[in-house]
Design a binder for this molecule. Structure first.
Ligand SMILES: O=C(O)[C@@H](O)[C@H](O)[C@H](O)C(=O)CO
Length: 481
């Protein structure tokens, strides 16, 4: 089979039919990504393909950065001030050595789907590709809003701090009809979770100012958070997102909690137990707020970040120095939290992503214990980050199917910082259609293309449309056509 042949990842006739006749042309709801709303609003062309692919002022693809480092590219040609063309050639040289890595496929998919460039990308073809791509990048079709709209995306959920004024979301809302998509905030309260970090006290001052509620103790913090949930909700936000490297369930009484809180504000050292107690009480309240506003709570768990300290000091977070976490009992601690919150009926709709696939069966079976109150309120999220591969996607689908109702799954998200990442949805849809095509081939599900076609369309779009309810005021067809 040729590279990215029309039938790539599709191993039999049913798989091909499911993809081509059912999944391929479904719209996209990208409910978790790291695009900058200001870049969507400013809508500027990128100067060249290095800027949209590797890095520029506001953007960087740490997936590519890791691979370039693996291939011996000097940092100046990755995140440094090296020449853009030299960076591009370094990426071409890296891709030549990345066969078998998903970025090999994604890179070629993006060249084909956006630029109409079908050659194999390597150091020989790179010079001509540089010229052709850069010409196209100066056209209207390669402005951020066009890249989103032309990828058939109806909703983009960015990742936003609770203290954000959502300035650009407001401006984009006014333009949404001509944009052809909605840009919605998702609340990511990392700075509240990291009580032990420098600047916690200063951050609370910002949150006090933005919320209009002076935060003096844990109780007023929750009142301020409630105001931010109201504000995000009014802006169409329907999700929160929480990155937990590790987690240990430990409860605290009000006095303990406020003493811990005071130490966090004063930037005094905190024991791990104090941190765990604060985090548990914060997460309990975040679960209550998600339930109250009928949002979906996303958990990104068991990662370990910034483990190359000199490079963290030089480049900061999300720069390619993270790895899979190894807390073996993290699901046990989340189970204790969910068991407690079930007692007061405070379980929100939930999507768990663990960076460690060893957690997936534990998560899937734990979630199966808290499914009352609606259709698939607990979801095992798509293969995340290092699992964002054909095999990782297939494994997540397998676990979900074997432990719950996969046809209710809300499907894929890009989790990306690049406007060129939407072909990841195509890639996922191919894996999904092949998953069901292979089951049909083995006689494990009916070889009923209509029945299976409805399933793959639901997982590709319809389930996310219903689950997140981003269009409770008008349908995309009413808004955008
Ligand atoms: O936790 C996050 O959301 C980020 O670390 C993000 O998942 C990561 O940077 C990424 O983009 C993985 O695809």
């Amino acid at each position: 089979m040729a590279l990215l042949d029309d039938d790539f990842l599709l191993s039999n006739e049913i798989s091909k039919k499911l993809f081509n006749d059912y999944a391929k042309d479904m719209p996209i709801i990208d409910f978790h990504c790291h695009l900058n709303p200001n870049e969507i609003y400013e809508n500027k062309n990128y100067a060249n393909i290095t800027r949209i692919w590797i890095n520029e002022e506001h953007y960087g693809d740490h997936y590519k950065w890791r691979l370039m480092r693996a291939n011996g590219v000097p940092e100046e040609l990755i995140t440094g001030d090296g020449d853009d063309y030299d960076k591009f050639m370094a990426w071409a040289k890296t891709i030549e050595k990345s066969a078998g890595n998903p970025l090999y496929e994604w890179t070629h998919l993006e060249l084909r789907r956006f630029f109409g460039i079908n050659e194999t990308f390597n150091t020989k073809t790179a010079p001509a590709i540089w010229e052709k791509a850069n010409k196209l990048l100066q056209t209207d079709d390669f402005k951020p809003r066009s890249l989103i709209r032309n990828s058939h995306v109806y909703a983009v959920c960015t990742t936003d701090d609770p203290a954000s004024d959502l300035h650009y979301h407001k401006l984009l809302k006014a333009d949404e009809r001509q944009n052809g998509f909605r840009t919605l905030p998702a609340m990511r309260p990392d700075k509240l979770i990291q009580i032990e970090r420098d600047g916690f006290g200063d951050y609370l001052k910002t949150l006090s100012q933005v919320s209009g509620i002076e935060i003096t103790n844990f109780d007023t913090l929750i009142k301020a958070l409630h105001q931010r949930f109201e504000y995000f909700n009014d802006m169409g936000g329907r999700l929160s997102d929480h990155s937990l490297l590790t987690y240990h369930f430990h409860e605290a009484n009000t006095e303990e909690l406020n003493n811990i809180f005071k130490k966090g504000i004063a930037n005094e050292p905190l024991s791990q137990l104090e941190i765990d107690k604060y985090l548990t009480m914060l997460l309990e309240n975040l679960m209550k707020l998600n339930k109250e506003f009928d949002w979906t709570m996303q958990w990104h768990i068991n990662s370990v970040r910034d483990i190359n300290r000199p490079m963290f000091d030089q480049l900061g977070p999300d720069t390619g120095y993270d790895a899979i976490g190894t807390q073996p009992d993290i699901v046990l601690h989340l189970q204790k939290l969910y068991t407690k919150m079930r007692d007061t009926n405070d379980l929100p709709k939930t999507i768990f992503y663990s960076l460690n696939p060893n957690d997936w069966m534990e998560l899937a079976t734990m979630m199966g214990c808290f499914l009352e109150g609606g259709v698939q309120r607990m979801q095992l999220g798509a293969g995340w980050w290092f699992n964002d591969t054909a095999e990782g996607m297939h494994e997540q689908l397998r676990v979900f199917a074997e432990e719950s109702c996969l046809p209710n799954f809300v499907g894929m998200l890009t989790d990306s910082r690049s406007f060129l990442s939407y072909p990841r949805h195509e890639y996922f849809r191919r894996v999904l259609c092949n998953f069901y095509g292979e089951l049909a081939e083995q006689g494990r599900v009916p070889d009923d293309v209509e029945y299976l076609g409805k399933i793959v369309q639901d997982i590709s779009y319809n389930n996310a449309y219903k689950f997140f309810d981003f269009f409770d005021d008008a349908t995309p067809q009413e808004l955008f056509n």
